[in-house]
Design a protein around this ligand. Structure first.
Ligand code: GLN
Length: 232
């Protein structure tokens, strides 16, 4: 079967900052739900991984180029991506949402974003949604490589809003960011582990087998609760 490691080590690419899924803790060590889940699955299924936190679009590029064997990055399973990636079973459900500076009064709908500037992270499902609806609502789009600069830009007012995954925005608010989410979130698909289409099939099989086991034995819930507490 496809369920045994073929390589001694699998190089996995990830985002550089997507808390609580991957982020650096106070000791500069990368932690998060994706990190713990993949490590637990690798341990259960007895394969070795190394992870590189290169940023979302770079992780996509490296996986497509074969420089990474796979990626886990809070990556939504979308029909478009299924053309170039094979995905695992879904491991988390998340919508995307608009965030504005707390206390903003004049942004209450997509329509009210007219002539405003909306930030998105390069390569994300939010970027796709925001770009697709740009002409309809008449806003400008600003693309960022990472969340920290995008969040800071909202603070300084160089963007009026941004779109990012709801659990990530909620986590940022819990961590003290002065954001609020005035518009109903959009469905963008569930998160999956991904490989370049047609490659490393054993990685997908092992991920799915390990995910089923850690869901059954309570490890999955423990990991999610560790980072999200009652929010999950
Ligand atoms: N879930 C979103 C996507 O797949 C965002 C992922 C991310 O920013 N790491 O595009």
């Amino acid at each position: 079967a496809d369920d045994k490691p073929v390589k001694n080590n699998y190089r996995i690419a990830s985002d550089s900052l997507f808390a609580p899924f991957e982020f650096q803790n106070s000791e500069k060590k990368y932690v998060g739900i994706d990190v713990d889940l993949l490590n637990a699955i690798a341990k259960t299924e007895k394969f070795n991984i190394s992870m590189d936190f290169v940023g979302f679009q770079t992780a996509v590029d490296q996986t497509q180029a074969g420089h990474a064997d796979g990626m886990i990055a809070g990556m939504s399973i979308t029909d478009e991506r299924k053309n170039v990636f094979d995905f695992s079973d879904p491991y988390f459900t998340a919508n995307a949402t608009i965030a504005v500076k707390k206390g903003t009064k004049n942004i209450t709908s997509y329509k009210s974003l007219k002539d405003k500037t909306v930030g998105v992270k390069n390569g994300t499902a939010s970027q796709e949604f925001i770009t697709k609806n740009k002409d309809k609502y008449g806003y400008k789009v600003k693309v960022f490589d990472a969340a920290d600069t995008m969040y800071a830009s909202l603070g300084t007012g160089s963007i009026d809003a941004f779109m990012d995954d709801e659990p990530v925005v909620k986590y940022a608010i819990l961590q003290g960011q002065k954001f609020e989410t005035p518009i109903k979130p959009e469905k963008i698909g569930e998160y999956g582990f991904a490989v370049k289409k047609g490659t490393n099939p054993e990685l997908i099989s092992m991920f799915n087998a390990g995910l089923a086991k850690i869901k059954a034995n309570g490890k999955y819930d423990k990991i999610v609760a560790k980072y999200m507490g009652n929010e999950a």
